[in-house]
Design a protein around this ligand. Structure first.
Ligand code: HSE
Length: 438
């Protein structure tokens, strides 16, 4: 096969040299994939792809992969300033100093691969502008969905579509917790403690359980899907901490499962609605069967219809796969002097609509008096705020439990109804309310 075809043996062709910043879980995965599959990668690229230098914070730390110590340095400039290194992989996470490293690499003429969702969601635009000015690549497949190839898919294979919706389960930790609560009937705090002991949840799980991890990811996915920048601050975000075993049990009895969903929707030509929150999903929906630490993302395009992506949302080799996919793409571009082909795709401006404008269905669980007229009084409040009831189930007890499911209604109306219900004499307490998504 000729070199112009994009592949070849690569024998005799000078290697493309890579520098890694970080050798944690993702860095180790990328290094392992690059070295284990080096021969095939050389064939696919048409040149050997070799790691020349790896900058780490602590030279003496035990590593997940065996790496020749001579590759390691604790000085990031040995990667960023090395003229032989063509591609820098930023795999350290966090905004600072990752951002400064990425910008320096680009200013030094190197293409960059990153798996840093927080940096890309908050400040990715700066790096994209810098890369575009220099015709360099800035790629970040590993930032969303671990090994799931969603970003390159939306930027290339699905580029012919107007995408109307991107939604899914993009946080493995919370999906693992909710899956176990569903299977075991357990309370969240108990499952979380056990997940931390087993290494499925971080010692400080805030980013995952409060929804920030999913917020960054849906901001990135929505920016690409809707060709308009969505900032994390545009994303309405609720985590899973207020989900009780009780809610999951009621959901199950009604044919639903509770999932933490990340949802981006295009509204008309000039707006988007982007949100992260727990929701009841019909048990028959493909997202409902996404269990444990897995992720699933559904993209709705005007031409393609629905496309679903499913896979491991985290992990050393899965995320390493995504990072190496980007490295190979950059290497191919380098071989053909074509880096910078795909610049920032946020070329439109769509405003982010507030959560109050969302129209969906709701589940409400409350304790109420067990007297004639109670349900009618509550239904009256819902009715005054245009909240139409689809179903109600109530237990008989001094403190009766009532579970309401509504038809579709605007969130602003629902919140007004809930506020009024809070002071209705027939209602002891509104225990929880959740959105119900189709
Ligand atoms: N903390 C993330 C999750 C994995 O639980 O899905 C890294 O993005």
């Amino acid at each position: 096969m000729s070199e112009q075809s994009g592949s070849g043996t690569g024998h005799g062709t000078p290697p493309i040299q890579i520098g890694l910043l970080g050798l944690g879980v993702v860095g180790s995965g990328a290094y392992k994939v690059l070295t284990d599959n080096a021969d095939a990668i050389e064939q696919k690229v048409g040149a050997p792809v070799v790691v020349k230098k790896i900058a780490v914070r602590n030279l003496n730390k035990e590593r997940l992969v065996s790496v020749d110590r001579s590759l390691l340095t604790d000085n990031p400039d040995e990667v960023l300033d090395d003229p032989d290194i063509a591609i820098v992989c930023e795999l350290i996470g966090g905004v600072h100093p990752a951002k400064e490293f990425v910008l320096k690499a680009l200013r030094n003429g190197k293409s960059v691969v990153s798996a840093n969702k927080e940096l890309i969601a908050k400040d990715g635009h700066d790096a994209m502008v810098e890369a575009a000015q220099r015709n360099l690549d800035f790629m970040f497949e590993g930032s969303v969905g671990g090994g799931i190839p969603i970003i390159q898919a939306m930027k290339s294979a699905l580029a012919g579509n107007a995408i109307h919706e991107v939604k899914g389960i993009v946080n493995g930790t919370t999906n693992y917790i909710l899956t176990r609560m569903t299977r075991e009937g357990a309370e969240l705090a108990d499952v979380l403690r056990d997940a931390q002991a087993k290494g499925y949840a971080e010692a400080d799980p805030t980013n995952d359980v409060e929804g920030f991890d999913a917020q960054y990811k849906i901001a990135i996915l929505s920016s690409i899907a809707f060709t308009s920048r969505v900032q994390p601050s545009d994303v309405y975000t609720e985590g899973i901490m207020r989900i009780g075993a009780h809610d999951i049990e009621h959901a199950r009895e009604m044919g639903y499962v509770v999932k933490l969903l990340a949802i981006g929707q295009r509204v008309g030509d000039d707006a988007v609605q982007v949100r992260v929150h727990p929701a009841l999903v019909p048990a028959s929906h493909p997202l409902a069967s996404t269990s444990g630490p897995y992720n699933a993302i559904l993209v709705r395009g005007d031409a393609v219809g629905d496309v679903m992506f499913y896979g491991q949302g985290a992990g050393m080799l899965a995320t390493g796969s995504a990072v190496v996919g980007d490295i190979i793409e950059v290497c191919r571009n380098l071989r053909h002097h074509a880096t910078g082909r795909i610049a920032c795709t946020c070329f439109e401006h769509r405003r982010a609509l507030p959560m109050d404008t969302v129209v969906t269905r709701y589940y409400v669980r409350m304790y109420v008096t067990d007297r004639p007229g109670t349900l009618a009084a509550i239904a009256g409040v819902f009715g005054r705020h245009q909240v139409s009831i689809e179903s109600v189930r109530a237990t008989a007890a001094d403190r009766a439990e009532a579970i309401w499911v509504t038809h579709r209604v605007q969130e602003a109306n629902m919140r007004r109804a809930l506020k009024e219900l809070g002071s209705l004499p027939e209602v002891y307490s509104v225990e929880n309310w959740l959105r119900v998504e189709e």
